[in-house]
Design a protein around this ligand. Structure first.
Ligand SMILES: [Zn+2]
Length: 210
């Protein structure tokens, strides 16, 4: 019987993939484009409804891209049709890359989601209204994962780790905040500036190093 080299290569690749999938330090990358979270009150002002409509779920359970889009207005330019992400939050939040912030003409701090004390002021416009909120941030690097996954790595919520990325523009980035919730799937969140600098895309993998 002849050896089917192509078949063996396929099986080898699949075995490698499964071995890598068992490695808890290897985590899938999700690249976040600019997006907006809104409070219930602000959804009402901008769209005249009480809740977002689901366009499609994203990787993290319960979270979704909404059909609704808004314009984000800064002193220098306007980003039209920026995607809203649901469900609604306690406070509205605009997540941007630092390149986006520069284009808008604002100084967005690098900070954790929900920490808006130093956020930049922006205007947000929807079909039913326009608001001005202290809402714009560049999300601090972070990794979502379940509590048990974190424990397996000897980590807990809010710990800091570094991540290595492969490829011709690969490298190592520091100061990723570990964020845990029991239901979260492991995912390294990068913004478009970070992903472009590293030459990585959603679905690629990074490796957690301490
Ligand atoms: Zn995230």
């Amino acid at each position: 019987m002849l050896v089917d080299a192509e078949r063996i290569a396929k099986i080898t690749a699949e075995v490698c993939r499964r071995i890598e999938a068992m490695d808890p330090t290897r985590v899938q990358i999700g690249v976040s484009n600019r997006h907006v979270h809104l409070s219930e009150r602000d959804i009402n002002i901008l769209f005249g409804v009480d809740a977002f409509e689901v366009l499609k779920p994203v990787r993290q359970p319960g979270e979704f891209a909404a059909t609704q889009r808004v314009d984000v207005i800064g002193p220098r330019t306007t980003f039209k049709n920026v995607r809203c992400m649901g469900p609604c939050r306690k406070a509205s939040q605009v997540e941007l890359s630092l390149t986006d912030a520069r284009a808008l003409g604002i100084k967005a701090p690098v900070t954790q989601s929900g920490h808006l004390e130093d956020a930049a002021w922006v205007e947000i416009e929807g079909p039913c209204g326009r608001i001005r909120r202290q809402a714009a941030i560049a999300a601090a690097r972070h990794i979502h994962m379940g509590d048990s996954h974190a424990a397996e790595l000897g980590l807990k919520n809010q710990d800091l780790v570094s991540v290595e990325f492969e490829g011709v523009r690969g490298g190592r980035l520091d100061n990723f905040i570990i964020r845990t919730k029991p239901e979260w799937l492991p995912e390294i969140h990068l913004d478009t500036d970070e992903a472009n600098a590293l030459g990585v895309a959603t679905g690629d993998f990074g490796r957690i190093v301490r």
